[in-house]
Design a binder for this molecule. Structure first.
Ligand code: MN
Length: 389
């Protein structure tokens, strides 16, 4: 099977930063839409794409899903360890070529409200289900799809990567056929363009690169209120003639896989381009308690983190935002002060104290040398999230 891929990603007309990320690699494509303050969303989506890159070439559906689970854990752990990244998360949708039952299939994975569509014979079909509040309300018959499209809380997610220590990943296997075209996109596309307008471009642009560019441009022109990311994939040489989608897609449950080795590779390949400073509406919306009696969106649980070998023993009680930020700030100041004094005493005139490149991990490490530092609640242990469904 051959993938012909076109992709485009723009920040749109309103947002300063582009917190979307996408992956185009051999036999695998993905879109991630990050969320979180101080550009943490960029970290979350980039981290997820990096983790997925590490399974390029793997052919077991469970391995691809395993990478999504691993990305969830890595985003979650970073958010718990670094106050600047607290509350970050990301959507992710993945389409990858895999082997199943002696044949070549496509695995479709989704968490959040980025989407994968199938387009064939003029028909656009959404394959993934949005993990959003409005989707739940539509399913319950409390909103029509038309109402959902303009609902003020349509950005509220019920599931995202990195929010909890364990995430549920929706999974499907699809038997490909020649002529299949797939569209992966962030909500910046379909919140601006109707399905009809998307289908129109998918029909008119034969080249996937042109289709991806046209779709982002039109969504931008239509308002561009969010980052817009589009990946268009044409599959060829599948060995099966063009056929309707019916009967070729089935939902599956994939077994958990151990990706310990992958974790080491992915950690080694970790980029250094994390520079935190803007907000994303989804994360704010996720924290909103619904006031109108509708089911509450899931809020971000307090950070949960296990102390590492060289971190200071933590005795901090469960705490929330403002106090936590305040305590963390005080601790950082105290620790820097003590470290400066200790270094000054030990090092004599060996130069100035370390400057303030204060990531929390640096601070935690430096306190292991200090003798008179109180237990530092830079990492706070809290109650675990409720068990999944
Ligand atoms: Mn978005």
């Amino acid at each position: 099977m051959e993938f012909l891929v076109g992709a485009a990603s723009i920040s749109g007309r309103v947002r300063q930063a582009n917190e979307d990320a996408f992956l185009v690699a051999d036999g695998i494509v993905a879109v991630a839409d990050g969320m979180g303050g101080h550009r943490a969303g960029e970290v979350a989506s980039a981290e997820t794409v990096d983790t997925l890159r590490a399974v390029v070439g793997m052919r077991a559906p469970a391995d691809i899903a395993g990478a999504v689970h691993l990305a969830n854990r890595r985003v979650h752990d970073q958010a718990a360890e670094n106050d600047e990244l607290h509350g970050m998360g990301t959507t992710v949708c993945v389409l990858a070529e895999v082997d199943d039952d002696g044949g070549t299939r496509l695995v479709v994975l989704n968490v959040g409200d980025s989407r994968i569509y199938h387009f064939g014979e003029g028909v656009l079909t959404q394959l993934t289900e949005d993990h959003s509040l409005v989707e739940v309300l539509v399913r319950d018959g409390r909103l029509t799809p038309e109402e959902a499209e303009v609902h003020p809380q349509r950005n509220v997610l019920t599931r995202a990567l990195g929010v909890e220590a364990v995430v549920e990943v929706d999974s499907w296997l699809l038997t490909p056929a020649d002529g299949d075209r797939f569209l992966l996109c962030s909500d910046g596309l379909f919140n601006e363009l109707s399905s009809d307008r998307i289908a129109e471009v998918m029909t008119s642009a034969a080249d996937p690169d042109v289709a991806a560019r046209l779709l982002t441009e039109r969504a931008d022109t239509a308002g561009g209120r969010d980052n817009i990311t589009v990946v268009v994939v044409d599959v060829a040489e599948t060995g099966a003639p063009s056929a309707p989608l019916e009967g070729r897609l089935r939902r599956v449950t994939l077994p958990p896989v151990d990706l310990t080795d992958l974790e080491r590779d992915a950690a080694a390949a970790e980029g250094a381009d994390d520079e935190p400073t803007s907000t994303h509406p989804i994360v704010e919306a996720m924290a909103v308690e619904t006031a109108d009696g509708s089911p509450p969106a899931r809020t971000n649980p307090p950070a949960l983190s296990a102390p590492t070998a060289d971190s200071v023993p933590s005795t901090a009680p469960p705490s929330r935002w403002s106090p936590r930020w305040f305590v963390a700030a005080v601790v950082v100041v105290v620790v820097i002060g003590v470290a400066a004094i200790v270094l000054g005493v030990l090092g004599g005139s060996s130069g100035p104290a370390p400057t303030t490149s204060t990531s929390t991990s640096t601070v935690a490490t430096s306190t292991t040398d200090a003798t008179s530092v109180p237990p530092a609640p830079t990492v706070s242990a809290t109650t675990p999230p409720p068990a999944g469904p």
